[in-house]
Design a protein around this ligand. Structure first.
Ligand code: GLU
Length: 311
């Protein structure tokens, strides 16, 4: 179960110096409004609880990463007064840890090699909540003459449940809704689901605050935490910023980079989005004052049950 959780009553959020939160961007481009929302939400929640806030660069998917993006993201966060309390962790430097975890799962028989191509899976699978449900083709071994491409973790036919601080009780049957999922990809890279679990554990993260687009990934992460004997943190999934077409703001939907020339007004826009109702007079303040006001007055309960907001 979660190590610690949030108080559900407004203004009853006592200082928790053991609180360790994080913002974990993928450096595939500059921060945009949607990623700034996740950064600010995780920062305010950590600082409101007098906790520690860390930044982790999820630069695991090297083909998608942009060389200058990590530094650019750190500079942007800095212009809002948000700095990692400990050295920034880079996933690209953590391959031996991921390899050791895979080895542990291999020793326990919890993972198996898979030879299936995307097309083969799409042709034979049922459609689940995130695309095709892996039909288990290689569960009992790779057919003769075929080569291993990826490594998959076994899932079970039972509910993985967790209580999200904003989105409530969430339950998923991994075997039926997702299927055995990839922990090491066909291109040799470790998958996000495995890396995130190991990094959160290594950094001692107690509270994960991130966008609701990752709500459906959480049961996979809890499953891996259980298989690897790791503690499950508390989860809070914030509403994601969507465009007029209802699509998440992202590099793919051509979201504009955050304008750092006027950080106070950009921060007020994020606070409006997060339903924090910043007072009008803050508009004339510098970014430090806006951030201090937001830390003191942070009230996540205003976002209960909200999964997306038009930005
Ligand atoms: N790197 C992920 C992203 O940028 C976030 C991962 C997480 O917060 O768990 O979408």
């Amino acid at each position: 179960m979660a190590r610690s959780s949030w108080s559900s009553k407004k203004k009853l959020s006592p200082p928790d110096p053991t609180y360790r939160g994080r913002f974990a961007p993928s450096p595939t481009g500059p921060l945009h409004f949607g990623s700034l929302v996740a950064a600010v939400g995780s920062y305010l929640d950590a600082k409101h609880h007098h906790g520690t806030w860390l930044v982790r660069m999820e630069d695991l998917d090297t083909p998608r990463c942009v060389a200058s993006a990590a530094d650019d993201i750190l500079r942007t966060l800095d212009s809002f007064g948000m700095r990692s309390d400990e050295p920034v962790m880079y996933q690209s430097q953590r391959t031996p840890t991921y390899q050791a975890a895979l080895q542990k799962l291999q020793n326990n028989g919890m993972v198996y090699p898979c030879c299936c191509t995307r097309k083969e899976i799409a042709d034979s699978a049922l459609h689940g909540i995130e695309g095709p449900v892996y039909p288990g083709t290689c569960r009992t071994g790779i057919p003769d003459g075929r080569e291993e491409r990826a490594w998959r973790v076994r899932t079970f036919d039972d509910a993985v449940e967790f209580n999200d601080a904003l989105q409530g009780c969430h339950s998923q049957n991994l075997e039926k809704e997702i299927g055995d999922f990839v922990v090491k990809r066909a291109d040799g890279l470790f998958a996000y689901q495995l890396a995130v679990v190991l990094d959160d554990a290594e950094q001692g993260i107690t509270h994960i605050v991130r966008g609701a687009d990752l709500l459906n990934s959480t049961p996979r992460q809890i499953h891996l935490q259980r298989l690897l004997g790791l503690i499950t943190p508390a989860y809070m999934h914030l509403p994601v910023a969507v465009n007029e077409a209802g699509e998440k703001l992202s590099k793919q939907t051509l979201a504009a980079p955050v304008d750092v020339s006027q950080p106070a007004s950009a921060l007020i826009r994020v606070l409006d989005f997060l339903q924090q109702q910043p007072p009008a007079e803050l508009a004339c303040s510098d970014v430090r004052r806006v951030l201090d006001w937001a830390i003191q007055n942070w009230d996540a309960t205003k976002l209960h049950g909200v999964k997306s907001i038009h930005a």
